[in-house]
Design a protein around this ligand. Structure first.
Ligand code: SF4
Length: 342
């Protein structure tokens, strides 16, 4: 194990881009521990904050949309994170988000919008393409044609937002993402450093995965070092942050999600029944939840604010007190549940 980590670290070092050559460093920021670790690692490596932008792809469409799949607090958490570190955050989204694409019937894929640094909103796409029908949840698979949510709502959204912003032309841009080899065998095969799919003759865009060889403990260690309060999902027992009702979720997570926001899970279960195809193929979410022995969460969020503000049952201050750190992070280090996109 020790040797493997060593080899991974050496490869990581050899494949590290020359950071001072880039005009802009974009961190694909979900609000989860891995993208947080990427950002903190960039700070530790001395990348000036002025060059860093956080980009968050809103799964459920335009910021402020009613959550269908994602954690209702994620947008608010991401904004608070950017404010706490004084870096810009730009949201981007597929119009209508997950739900529109799921219910698509003889339609083209929807356009994409993104926030520009001057406060304006850019929009592109949705004018050409195949007329198609979905009416089926994405299926648990590493194949992105089957697990369409990752490509339609994240990967393609980022590409459209980069390709359609003039400011990246003639510039050198680094896109940083937080996939780790430990998460799955398919992620283990990802390149550490490569041309990004938006790289062209007129626009240099590279893709770097700086924590590809990192372990779960290394990720939490850098978060603890910077005393950052992580997304509340981790405090509620999730080991990874993805959509609250991620298609990869296990029985416990679905049951917990149902306890936290019952109306979201009820709608998904109703749609599974309407479509006649379940997310997990061999079992419905309604049946899967029955397998969980977990109690429903003790945090009763009904009628409470999901925003990171004074009405939230979560913490308002963004940083942990140094003297509280050992106690605060203990359970987070211990929870090595790896359920999530592979
Ligand atoms: S987190 Fe899960 S449900 Fe959400 S887009 Fe990714 S794979 Fe799909």
């Amino acid at each position: 194990m020790f040797e493997e980590i060593k080899v991974g670290d050496i490869l990581q070092h050899l494949n590290r881009p020359k950071l001072d050559e880039y005009d802009t460093v974009i961190v694909a920021f979900s609000g989860g521990k891995d993208s947080t670790a990427c950002f903190l690692h960039l700070l530790d490596l001395g990348v000036p904050k002025e060059k860093i932008e956080l980009w968050h792809h809103s799964i459920d469409g335009e910021p402020g949309s009613k959550p269908f799949m994602d954690w209702p607090i994620t947008e608010s958490y991401c904004k608070s994170f950017a404010d706490a570190f004084n870096v810009p955050i730009y949201f981007s989204w597929r119009h209508g988000g997950f739900k529109r694409e799921l219910l698509k019937e003889n339609q083209m894929v929807a356009p994409v919008s993104w926030e520009n640094p001057d406060g304006s909103i850019g929009t592109a796409g949705g004018k050409r393409g195949k007329i198609a029908t979905r009416r089926k949840f994405p299926q648990v698979s590493p194949d992105l044609r089957v697990r369409w949510c990752s490509s339609v709502l994240k990967i393609d959204v980022m590409s459209i937002a980069v390709n359609n912003q003039e400011r990246f032309k003639g510039q050198k841009t680094l896109v940083v993402t937080g996939e780790r080899a430990e998460e799955s065998s398919s992620r283990a095969k990802y390149a550490l450093f490569e041309n990004h799919r938006c790289n062209t003759l007129s626009r240099t865009v590279h893709h770097w995965r700086p924590i590809h060889s990192w372990t779960h403990n290394e990720v939490w260690s850098i978060i603890k070092k910077h005393l950052v309060k992580p997304h509340p999902a981790y405090l509620l027992g999730w080991g990874r942050l993805s959509c609250m009702t991620c298609i990869f979720g296990n029985a416990d997570q679905w049951k917990m999600a149902h306890g936290l926001v019952p109306e979201m899970v009820e709608e998904i279960m109703r749609l599974e029944e309407e479509f006649g195809t379940t997310i997990k193929r061999d079992i419905s979410i309604r049946e899967l939840m029955k397998k969980s022995k977990k109690r429903t969460p003790q945090v009763d969020l009904r009628g409470r604010s999901w925003d990171w503000d004074k009405n939230s049952p979560f913490y308002r201050s963004f940083f942990v007190f140094k003297w509280d750190a050992d106690w605060y992070y203990e359970s987070l280090f211990a929870n090595n549940d790896n359920t999530g996109p592979s």
